[in-house]
Ligand binder design. Structure first.
Ligand SMILES: [Zn+2]
Length: 244
C-alpha cells in the first residue's frame, strides 16, 4: 500500500476592507484569493520532500504534486479531506489538469474528533497531550506576510514548519493506527492470501475472542504489531432467524 503523508501551506486571501472588527467581506472586495504556497510530503518508505512556489515555481510545484497524488494508494493528513485535498483539487482544475487517480484518505483529524476528547482537536494540542514531539514550531501571521514579501529567512522557516507537520502526522498515524475506523485494507495490497492484519498487513496475529454482528459470529484476531483487531471473513456460527 503506497501511503503518502502530506501537508500544505496556503496564502491568506488578500482583500480590501473598511474596518478591523466584525467585518463581513464581500467577494467583490477580494484582490487575490488564497493559493497553495508550499507542500511537504513523504511516502511511507521514503524521505521527506518539499516543493514551493518560491523554489520551484507554481507550474512545476502543481505538476509534481499531481504526480505524487496519482501514485498514492492512500493519503494521510490532518484535516486534509476538507482543506488540503480541496485546495489541491482547485489548483489542478485551474491548471487544466484531470483529477489524479483516486486514492483513499485517512484524515487523522476525523479520528481524533470522533474517538477522543482532547482539550482541543488541533494537531499542536493533540501532539502535546500525546508527548509526540517537542511540539509544533511557534509561528504567527508575520511568517506568512514575510514569505509573501520574499524573505528567504521566512521561507526557510515555513519549510521547516511544513516538514515538521508532516513528521508529526506520520508519528500520530502510528499512534492512532488501531483506533482508525474504516482504515483501507492493507492486506489487499500484499498480493498473497496469507492471513494479515487489515491495518498494517502484519502476519503476527493471535485469536482474540469473537465478533458478533446481526449476521453471525466471526473469529476475531489481534495484531501483535499495531494492536488493531481484525475479524475472519467467514461466519463461525449463525442463527436461523434475523431481526425483521
Ligand atoms: Zn496490525
Amino acid at each position: 500500500m503506497k501511503k503518502l503523508y502530506l501537508d500544505i501551506e496556503t496564502s491568506p486571501h488578500q482583500v480590501y476592507c473598511w474596518g478591523l472588527w466584525s467585518e463581513n467581506i464581500g467577494v467583490n472586495q477580494i484582490i487575490q484569493p488564497s493559493r497553495v504556497l508550499c507542500v511537504a510530503y513523504a511516502f511511507d518508505d521514503e524521505g521527506m520532500q518539499f516543493v514551493s512556489e518560491w523554489q520551484d515555481g507554481r507550474k512545476k510545484m502543481i505538476e509534481q504534486l499531481w504526480t505524487v497524488l496519482d501514485k498514492a494508494d492512500v493519503v494521510v493528513h490532518y484535516n486534509g479531506v476538507s482543506f488540503d485535498e480541496t485546495h489541491l483539487n482547485r489548483e489542478f482544475l485551474q491548471a487544466g489538469m484531470d483529477p489524479p487517480a483516486r486514492f483513499q484518505s485517512i484524515d487523522l483529524y476525523r479520528t481524533v474528533k470522533r474517538r477522543f476528547r482532547f482539550a482541543a482537536n488541533k494537531l499542536e494540542q493533540v501532539a502535546k497531550e500525546l508527548e509526540l514531539r517537542e511540539g509544533k514550531l511557534k509561528v504567527d501571521f508575520v511568517l506568512w506576510r514575510d514569505v509573501l514579501s520574499g524573505s528567504l529567512e521566512a521561507q526557510a522557516l515555513m519549510e521547516k514548519y511544513n516538514r515538521e507537520d508532516v513528521e508529526l502526522t506520520r508519528e500520530l498515524y502510528k499512534e492512532l493506527l488501531p483506533w482508525i475506523d474504516r482504515h483501507p485494507n492493507a492486506a489487499l495490497y500484499e498480493g498473497d492470501d496469507l492471513m494479515r492484519c487489515t491495518r498494517c498487513a502484519s502476519e503476527n496475529l493471535t485469536k482474540d475472542g469473537f465478533a458478533r454482528t446481526s449476521a453471525g459470529t466471526f473469529q476475531r484476531y489481534r495484531c501483535g504489531d499495531c494492536g488493531a483487531q481484525s475479524r475472519g471473513k467467514s461466519r463461525s456460527s449463525t442463527t436461523p432467524l434475523r431481526e425483521a
